[in-house]
Design a protein around this ligand. Sequence first.
Ligand SMILES: Cc1cc2nc3c(=O)[nH]c(=O)nc-3n(C[C@H](O)[C@H](O)[C@H](O)COP(=O)(O)O)c2cc1C
Length: 428
Amino acid sequence: MADLRINLAGIQSPNPFWLASAPPTNSGYQVQRAFEAGWGGAVWKTLGEPILNVSSRFAAVSFNGQRVAGFNNIELITDRPLEVNLKEIAETKKKFPNHTIIASLMVEPKQEKWHEIVKKVEAIGVDGLELNFGCPHGMAERGMGSASGQVPELVEKQTYWVKEVAKTPVIVKLTPNITDITVTAEAATRGGADAISMINTINSLAGVDIDTWNTIPHVAGKGAHGGYCGPAVKPIALNMVGECARNPHINVPISGIGGISSWRDTVEFLLMGATGVQVCTAAMHHGFRIVEDMIEGLNNYLDDKGIASVMDIVGKSVPKYSDWGNLDLNYKIVARINNDICINCNKCHIACEDTSHQCIDMLKAANGESILQVREEDCVGCNLCSIVCPVDGAIDMVELPNELPPMTWNERQAALGTMACDADIIKR
Ligand SMILES: Cc1cc2nc3c(=O)[nH]c(=O)nc-3n(C[C@H](O)[C@H](O)[C@H](O)COP(=O)(O)O)c2cc1C
């Protein structure tokens, strides 16, 4: 069995599966049950002020039979008194000394407020701190959460204030509600962050009831924007993790969050540079025991590949993630239809004809049956036909031998003597 233990900026955990700061980590009762189920760590529901919440808080976005494709909430941070939370954190840590407990914190952007709460939570023995600069609703209107997290100077300054007194590692949790997350990630590292975590929820409105004209959810007929999470946000989160992991100015470990529901999702985040993951929506949808499958699946994956430790796969895909300008313009793939498997539904033909490059022909075979065939010289390798095809194996995307040596846009522009299209040059 592979070694599933992780070390994130000095924080040890028996496995990479942590519950994210959210309803599943609201109390000692819940976190202790989660640890019994197998979760390696928990980031406690954010501690801070004020202590209030509204009734009617969540909404799901269902898609094609998937009950919770996306999840939206207008919940604030914990509404339990700080003393109660601290007492339960201490009890939980005592019962589960080898499991990881991180205290998530959010206070006003004032030095004395940060010093006060950091000292209080560290006094009861946590393994680390997570600064919540991410919640997009409620707290943001009061200058906290994502209102802080969208201003690099505030991220840097508040991280610095925390680091002035913190004795345990400090993770800065970033908001995705920003054009370029690497800017705030860099600010966090300048402030002294030991690690960063991402993503918190994305500004959203789950829907509008077309009969009552109320928003979904609504509170006595009034709505407000909420935070979006769950499977739908995974690609956004994965990109943000990858962008931070490949940025040479961000040299701290990353805790990956956003739409993670399975061991496969976890492996993807680890490969893209995360040292461990945090899960919220999937636990709310399926319960704590989903971690059993996650642990087993990750173990089997590592064993099948002969990899001794989960830490050995962290960041393995990062060198493969780059700017568009570094992609080989001469690389070519084309679609090939396997007529023995194809059911002639014509979805590929329609997709190609209406919205792509009109290169799938309907022909008559010798036996009179109609078959679909790709004109390879006109196929641009866009993948659309294989995406819409309902039958596995009916369309393969096949690599053609390179007729020309590899040539990227940047190399081409350099050869032409003009400035390369390098995101770094544009950004800085
Ligand atoms: C109902 C709800 C409440 C949340 N509360 C907090 C919170 O108090 N502090 C925090 O940092 N993140 C909070 N989050 C965000 C989650 O920790 C996590 O970043 C986000 O849900 C993305 O992960 P997921 O796709 O696995 O749900 C909350 C999310 C939900 C759904």
